[in-house]
Design a protein around this ligand. Structure first.
Ligand SMILES: Cc1cc2nc3c(=O)[nH]c(=O)nc-3n(C[C@H](O)[C@H](O)[C@H](O)COP(=O)(O)O)c2cc1C
Length: 242
């Protein structure tokens, strides 16, 4: 190879390494536990709260069958809201609470750093935008501007044109992770992955299709009051498999 070409490759490599070094993503510091400090939960703009009724049990299938059958499904049709809520409940509702814990640590099917479960699932269905309030076992209809909802649905459909079901956004409330850990951010991101996998398995359990989306939901957070307390950490499509 010509020495000039070799020199050019070497310069390219040096530039790439320089870019990585300068990039904020080169290194993320380890989280460090803090004394649990005071915090203020995010106050969601709720229009209506509906307590969850009896939970409909999923069809009887073995865990191995569900585990092996789960695949991302991109052809999706609308599913009844009751079925969507069944999936969210299976994935999100706490099975145990830690006694007397100010940070409301709980045990659920998903892994979560420090058992904090800081991520809310917002469901964008035909009838409106909902948040499953897992702590209170209630479905909250959120007050969201119609254009924010429409733009979000449009963006999701651009990513997954064959999905005509509902879409979800994963939105973390930083309040509790921030008082429980220094450098808490990476924990929230890892929680997001664990939650996506759990939601996918819960959807499969109820015979619904599910596909994560690469987009995050920043425009939803930007439209909400006190947005700086929230972090958009993922999205997915969910519905009847086509
Ligand atoms: C964080 C994340 C983002 C994803 N984004 C998309 C996406 O934007 N569009 C899409 O079609 N699939 C997306 N997927 C699904 C992957 O493509 C899929 O999981 C992968 O191809 C493996 O296939 P399987 O889920 O059927 O096993 C995403 C998956 C993850 C975990």
């Amino acid at each position: 190879m010509l020495p000039t070409k070799l020199a050019a490759y070497a310069e390219d490599a040096r530039n790439t390494i320089r870019y990585w070094r300068n990039s904020a993503l080169t290194r993320i510091e380890d989280p460090q536990p803090l004394e649990d400090g005071p915090f203020q939960d995010y106050c969601w703009p709720v229009l209506r709260t509906t307590p969850l009724g009896p939970h409909r049990a999923p069809p009887d299938r073995t865990f191995l069958d569900i585990f092996e059958s789960r695949r991302s499904t991109r052809e999706l049709g609308p599913a009844p809201i009751e079925s969507l809520v069944d999936v969210l409940r299976l994935a999100l509702v706490p099975r145990f609470w830690r006694d007397g814990d100010t940070l409301r640590r709980s045990r659920r099917p998903a892994l979560s750093a420090g058992a904090l479960h800081p991520i809310s699932v917002l469901l964008f269905a035909d009838a409106g935008v909902y948040r499953l309030n897992a702590d209170e076992s209630a479905l909250e209809e959120l007050n969201m501007k119609p254009e924010v909802r429409a733009n979000w649905l449009h963006k999701c459909k651009r990513v997954l044109p064959s999905a005509d079901g509902a879409f979800i956004a994963l939105i973390a409330d930083r309040a509790r992770p921030a008082v429980a850990y220094e450098n808490y951010e990476s924990l929230v991101w890892r929680d997001s992955g664990a939650l996506l996998q759990t939601l996918a398995l819960a959807a499969e359990t109820y015979g619904l299709g599910f596909c994560p989306l690469g987009i995050l939901g920043n425009e939803i957070v930007d439209s909400l009051p006190a947005a700086a307390q929230l972090l958009a950490v993922g999205a997915a499509a969910i519905g009847l498999p086509g």
